[in-house]
Ligand binder design. Structure first.
Ligand SMILES: *[C@@H]1O[C@H](CO)[C@@H](O)[C@H](O)[C@H]1NC(C)=O
Ligand SMILES: *[C@@H]1O[C@H](CO)[C@@H](O)[C@H](O)[C@H]1NC(C)=O
Ligand SMILES: *[C@@H]1O[C@H](CO)[C@@H](O)[C@H](O)[C@H]1NC(C)=O
Ligand SMILES: *[C@@H]1O[C@H](CO)[C@@H](O)[C@H](O)[C@H]1NC(C)=O
Ligand SMILES: *[C@@H]1O[C@H](CO)[C@@H](O)[C@H](O)[C@H]1NC(C)=O
Ligand SMILES: *[C@@H]1O[C@H](CO)[C@@H](O)[C@H](O)[C@H]1NC(C)=O
Ligand SMILES: *[C@@H]1O[C@H](CO)[C@@H](O)[C@H](O)[C@H]1NC(C)=O
Length: 198
C-alpha cells in the first residue's frame, strides 16, 4: 500500500510551495477523524473492546462507547473517553496499538498499563501536518490505516495493513486531527465531505 505515500509527497510539495497552507499538529488533546472514499471525517470511537470509526449516534445504546480524546507523548497515543453527560465508560488512560512490524494481523486496539507484548506496537506515532503516521523501527514512515465495514450502517472497524485482507468493501483512510467541515457527520453516502487543507 503505497497510495498514501504518493499523496504525502504531493502534499509536501504543495506545502513547500506555500508554507501558509502547512497545518500544524495539535498541541494539546485531540480527536482523530478518518478520511477516505465515502468516509468524510468519522471520529475514532472505542467501546472498551473494539476500535471503530463511525457515526457517534450509532453507539447511543452503549454506555461503554465514546469518541476517543487522544494525547501524543513520546510517540505514544493515549486515549480517554471524550465524555458527554450521556455516557461514562469505565475505560480510561488506554494506549493504542497496531500490529508489530511484519505481522499479518490487522487488529488495532488499546491496552492499559503494561500489557504490551511483542505482537503489538504502541510507539512510533507522529504527526505529519495534521495526519497521524507511524515510524517503524527502520525509520520508515507508514500510513496503513484502513476501515472494514461492519453490520451497522456508517460504522467501520479501524484496522492496519490491508495486505491479504480479502474482506469486501475495505477503505484506505488517513487519520487526521482535522474535524469535518460539515456538521452532522454526513459521511455515509457518496458525497464525501471535503476536508480542510492538510
Ligand atoms: C446497539 O445498536 C446497534 C445498531 O446501531 C446494534 O447493532 C447493536 O446490537 C445494539 N447493541 C445492543 C446491546 O443493543
Ligand atoms: C469531544 O468533546 C468536545 C467537547 O464536548 C466536543 O466539542 C467534540 O465535538 C467532541 N468530539 C467528538 C469527536 O465527539
Ligand atoms: C503487512 O502484512 C503483510 C502480510 O499480510 C506482511 O508481510 C507485512 O510485513 C505487513 N506490513 C507491515 C508494515 O507490518
Ligand atoms: C496512564 O498510564 C501510564 C502507563 O500505562 C501511567 O504511566 C500513567 O501514570 C497513567 N496516567 C494516569 C493519569 O493514570
Ligand atoms: C498481545 O496483546 C494483544 C492486545 O492485548 C493481544 O490481543 C494479544 O493476544 C497479545 N499477544 C500475545 C502473544 O500475548
Ligand atoms: C463483494 O461485493 C460484490 C458486490 O457487492 C459481490 O458481488 C461479491 O460477491 C462480494 N464478494 C464477497 C467475497 O463477498
Ligand atoms: C446523502 O447526502 C445528501 C446530501 O448531503 C443528504 O441530503 C442525504 O440525506 C444523505 N443520505 C443519507 C442516507 O444520509
Amino acid at each position: 500500500m503505497r497510495w498514501s505515500q504518493t499523496i504525502l509527497l504531493g502534499a509536501s510539495t504543495a506545502m513547500a510551495a506555500n508554507p501558509a497552507l502547512m497545518a500544524r499538529a495539535p498541541t494539546g488533546s485531540f480527536n482523530l477523524y478518518a478520511y477516505g472514499d465515502g468516509i468524510g471525517g468519522a471520529p475514532i470511537i472505542y467501546n472498551g473492546e473494539s476500535v471503530y470509526v463511525g457515526l457517534p449516534a450509532a453507539f447511543s445504546n452503549s454506555t461503554e462507547a465514546a469518541p476517543v480524546l487522544f494525547d501524543l507523548s513520546d510517540n505514544v497515543l493515549t486515549g480517554n473517553p471524550n465524555t458527554t453527560s450521556s455516557s461514562s465508560p469505565s475505560w480510561s488512560n488506554v494506549t493504542m496499538f497496531i500490529p508489530a512490524s511484519g505481522s499479518s494481523s490487522h487488529s488495532i486496539g488499546f491496552v492499559s498499563g503494561s500489557s504490551s507484548n511483542s505482537s503489538i506496537t504502541t510507539d512510533g506515532f507522529l504527526f505529519y501536518g495534521q495526519a497521524v503516521l507511524h515510524k517503524n523501527s527502520a525509520g520508515s514512515l507508514e500510513t496503513l490505516w484502513y476501515a472494514i465495514p461492519t453490520d451497522v450502517d456508517r460504522v467501520w472497524t479501524l484496522a492496519w495493513n490491508s495486505t491479504s485482507d480479502s474482506t469486501n468493501g475495505t477503505v484506505p483512510i488517513s487519520l487526521r486531527s482535522t474535524a469535518p467541515t460539515t456538521t452532522g457527520f454526513d459521511f455515509g453516502n457518496s458525497t464525501e465531505t471535503t476536508e480542510t487543507t492538510a
